[in-house]
Ligand binder design. Structure first.
Ligand code: NAD
Length: 502
């Protein structure tokens, strides 16, 4: 660990167990065995507020992947896991949830240090969301069933359907909510009786490696959950092509998702794609301006804008435009820019130097194209990957900052006169992950909801996420859903059974 990171951890004080985890050699988890780096290459893991090295992770190989898939297959094809009764699976998932809860502070610290994010949000959102997700899907394990059917064919039959787990599920996730996004996929897969091979994002693998230790401690049989750290273009791509994997569930960019989807479909694998977004927000003139401004600011600047369903394009009815922009700036000013371990931090550093450069280049593009910066607009002149929360006003729909996903603390705003025009602007995007409406006029709200082409519509709120509600996109934001009973359908095959009676 670099001195600069050590100083950072000392300054804010972290738990001894977190310190111990971060300073021991990181190992992959394959078939219930801890696999150290050995003669593999490794990758340095950087802490975003100092740019110092925290630790190194092994770069897994395709031979590691083969071993992980083999272990997952063995458990699925008649191993102890496959023979467990549903209530036993449920009990194991609850035990895992309890262990995550017992280690919640440590997991939140690991997530904050690795991703750079606010430790308070990591505890209240990422880790709590992970616990809730395991509890929610634990309950489903004993409630999955097919149906009996009375066919109209001549003759006598017993006809029924069975729901059977798809098999080995390959889990590929991004770096913005590493633990929670992985949990969405793994909890549901385990509830159905599937087995898993997980590849976390190379930038942020640490919480998943700690999670693997808890999986082991919970007594989940060896090989049911495997974790391989490695590069996306090597291990991720090999997973999408691997004949031993039955389904890929991917969260990440639309660009990579397209490639993963192609490869998976080539092998006739099942696939769920949770991809990028550029979610629109409509602020109507009857909205509660103060409350809406606060929610809109949170909706874009939470996790420093590194949120797939962030409300990144805001359309404001002209009558309230200037007042709303003023309130938005006021709320944004109250958001403390600080390193993630600072408990008052709201705007944390971005995850990497690359992401910081990317966001800065978009801010530059916005200026060049004539959008007006009304707040922020610069990277901070200090160590780490900090960029100010930035608000652009009077943006036009053809601008790059309006069309493309920035994945950083940058909000673009545009006034509108006519609600139909606003609706067209909102839908004028290749993405369709989420949308939000701020209004107290129920009639207008209910008329707008069906017309917005998005997987989620928030009204007077943003990013309210709960395991009981499905999450996933329309259009190029992907297909298939995570969370809710909808996700379970994507992890099970329906088998039709016909029995002729004589
Ligand atoms: P990314 O697409 O670069 O990477 C996502 C994952 O895919 C990582 O684990 C990466 O290692 C792996 N990967 C990279 N190249 C691969 C390849 N050729 N084959 C297989 N796997 C490969 O995305 P990112 O930069 O980590 O995350 C940001 C993106 O994720 C944004 O576009 C964001 O909108 C999206 N995202 C979507 C959701 C959602 O639920 N829709 C949630 C979070 C993030």
């Amino acid at each position: 660990m670099d001195k600069v990171v050590q100083n950072y951890l000392e300054k804010f004080g972290i738990r001894e167990e977190t310190q111990r985890f971060l300073t021991r050699p990181q190992r992959m988890f394959i078939g219930g065995t801890w696999v150290p780096q050995g003669d593999r290459e490794s990758l340095a893991v950087l802490e975003p507020s100092t740019a110092g090295v925290i630790t190194h992770i092994p770069l897994g190989t395709t031979a590691d992947l083969d071993r992980a898939v083999e272990a997952a297959r063995r458990q699925f094809d008649g191993g102890p896991w496959r023979r467990l009764k549903p209530l036993e699976r449920e009990r194991l998932l609850h035990r895992l949830a309890d262990l995550i809860e017992a280690n919640a502070t440590e997991l939140a610290e690991i997530e904050s240090i690795d991703v750079g994010k606010s430790v308070a949000n990591a505890r209240d959102v990422d880790v709590q969301g992970t616990i809730d997700t395991f509890r929610y899907f634990a309950g489903w394990a004993s409630k999955l069933h097919g149906r009996t059917v009375e066919p109209s064919l001549p003759g006598d039959y017993v006809a029924y359907t069975r729901k059977e787990p798809i098999g080995v599920v390959g889990v590929i996730v991004p770096w913005n909510f590493p633990l929670q996004t992985m949990a969405w996929k793994v909890a549901a897969a385990l509830a159905t009786g599937c087995t898993t091979v997980i590849k976390p994002a190379e930038l942020t693998s640490l919480s998943t490696l700690r999670f693997a230790e808890l999986v082991h401690e919970a007594g989940i049989p060896d090989g049911v959950v495997n974790v391989i750290t490695g590069r996306g273009r090597e291990i991720g791509a090999a997973m999408a092509a691997h004949p031993g994997i039955d389904k890929i569930t991917f969260t990440g960019s639309t660009e990579v998702g397209r490639t993963v989807g192609h490869t998976a479909v080539d092998g006739i694998k099942r696939v769920t794609l949770e991809l990028g977004g550029k979610s629109p927000v409509l602020v109507l003139e009857d909205a509660d301006i103060e409350a809406a401004a606060q929610a809109v600011a949170n909706g874009i600047f939470f996790n420093s804008g590194q949120v797939c369903d962030a409300g990144a394009r805001v359309y404001i009815q002209r009558g309230i435009h200037d007042r709303f922009i003023g309130a938005l700036i006021e709320h944004t000013r109250t958001m403390k820019i600080a390193p993630g371990l600072d408990r008052d931090c709201f705007i944390s550093p971005l995850v990497s130097a690359l992401q910081k450069d990317r966001v800065e280049s978009y801010i530059e593009a916005g200026r060049r194209e004539g959008a007006e910066v009304v707040h922020g607009g610069h990277a901070l002149d200090r160590q780490g990957y900090f960029v100010e929360p930035t608000i652009f006003a009077h943006c036009r729909s053809e601008m790059k900052i309006v069309r493309e996903e920035i994945f950083g603390p940058v909000l673009v705003t545009t006034p509108f006169d006519d609600l139909n025009d606003a609706l067209s602007l909102a839908n004028d995007s290749p993405y369709g992950l989420a949308a939000a409406i701020y209004s107290n006029d129920l009639n207008r709200v209910h008329r707008l909801i069906p017309q917005l082409r998005a997987g989620t519509v928030y009204v007077n709120a943003h990013s309210t996420i709960d395991p009981s509600m499905p999450f996933g996109g329309f259009k190029e934001s992907g297909f298939g859903k995570d969370l809710g009973p909808e996700q379970l359908d994507h992890l099970m095959e329906s088998k039709a059974v016909w029995i002729t009676l004589h």
